[in-house]
Design a protein around this ligand. Structure first.
Ligand SMILES: [Fe+2]
Ligand SMILES: [Fe+2]
Length: 358
């Protein structure tokens, strides 16, 4: 050490430090080891005498692709240096990574006599890289699994919604068939209600809800005796009273729920015979006290009933239907909705044509 302080270099000390700290090896031209440093022995766990005169591939790890060594030899034989990351195998089978720099060396006459290599131990860095890669793979795998689950849940949800729609629609159709309404009545009422809801400014979600709920407006007719429901003659006032209970029956059937769709269906069942001027039933609600769902379905239901042939009556002519709506604007029906309805009548007529009962 003193020699350092004196400004001169103790070669022996330097060699010792080099041997101890630098993973160094020298080979002959064929790759046979002629010298290894202590650091080389330490990392490879071989003794120096176990390495000398052995081919350098004694520490080669089987995982290393041979093209790496081909590239190395191509460079070295061409007189160039080579540098690269190499995975090695120690005597005990453990692996270690080095960043090797290999170059030819020459005798005093300038003749190439072998190769020497210095290496940096990059095992820790490689392990971190490997861990990162594993983590990324796990992440990818998890992400894929989550995506698959989401797709499953979405499709399950869609199934449930479709089933719910079908049940509601079928229940509505049962109600209508009991009173011999025509087959497509509920389909048309559903479509008219949605179109009118959208034109009146209702958002798409609620308009769609109404479309699904409105087929249930007469579900309460399930509870009305056949003799009244399908009486070929005019109902007596007492029979009319019983008939009118279909709105409260329907409401009672549907109201015990916290599901929005069924709540709307309950409201529609309850209020589709209310009238704007308060002369409707069952509660004689007036104006906007009648829910928008009830007011819309009232127009849809009457429009369809008048435009369809029934056993007891012929379909009305369009001009008579339009006239009736004009006359009843502000009496039976919400005047604003009637205007919207008549202003867009072609859309409603197109639905009637599409689902016409022949
Ligand atoms: Fe009704
Ligand atoms: Fe109806």
């Amino acid at each position: 050490m003193n020699n350092f302080l004196n400004g001169t270099i103790d070669l022996k000390y330097l060699l010792h430090a080099f041997d101890k700290n630098v993973i160094f090896s020298a080979t002959d031209l064929k790759g046979c080891i002629v010298y290894v440093s202590d650091a080389f022995c330490k990392i490879s766990k071989y003794k120096s005498q176990e390495l000398i005169n052995k081919n350098h591939n004694i520490v080669r790890h089987p995982d290393m692709p041979s093209k790496v060594f081909k590239d190395m030899w191509d460079n070295l034989l061409g007189g160039k240096r080579w540098s690269g990351e190499i995975k090695n195998r120690a005597k005990d089978g453990s692996e270690y990574w080095v960043l090797a720099k290999i170059e030819p060396y020459f005798d005093s006459d300038g003749k190439k006599i072998g190769y020497h290599a210095v290496r940096e131990d990059i095992t820790a860095q490689k392990k971190v890289e490997q861990l990162k890669e594993n983590l990324e793979n796990i992440n990818d795998h998890l992400e894929k699994q989550i995506e698959e689950r989401i797709v499953e849940v979405v499709s399950l949800n869609r199934d449930i919604k479709e089933t719910q729609k079908e049940i509601i629609f079928t229940m509505g159709a049962i109600g209508e068939s009991r009173c011999k309404e025509t087959g497509n009545h509920v389909t048309r009422v559903a479509e008219y209600s949605r179109i009118l809801a959208e034109y009146s400014g209702m958002d798409k979600f609620n308009a769609e809800m109404l479309k699904e709920a409105s087929p249930m407006h007469d579900i309460g007719k399930i509870g009305i005796a056949d003799s009244i429901l399908n009486k070929p003659a005019k109902l007596t006032s007492q029979e009319r009273e019983i008939m009118n209970t279909h709105v409260t029956l329907g409401y009672e059937m549907l109201r015990h729920t916290d599901k929005k769709l069924l709540k709307i269906a309950a409201t529609v069942a309850h209020e589709h015979h209310e009238k704007w001027d308060g002369s409707g039933y069952p509660r004689g609600l007036k104006g906007e006290d009648i829910s928008i769902y009830g007011r819309i379905t009232a127009i849809a239901d009457v429009f369809d009933a008048l435009g369809s042939n029934r056993a007891y009556k012929k379909a009305w002519k369009n001009k008579d239907i339009f006239q009736m709506f004009k006359d009843e604007k502000g009496k039976h029906f919400d005047p604003t909705l009637v205007d919207i309805f008549l202003n867009n009548i072609d859309d409603f007529l197109a639905v009637r044509d599409k689902f016409y009962d022949y």
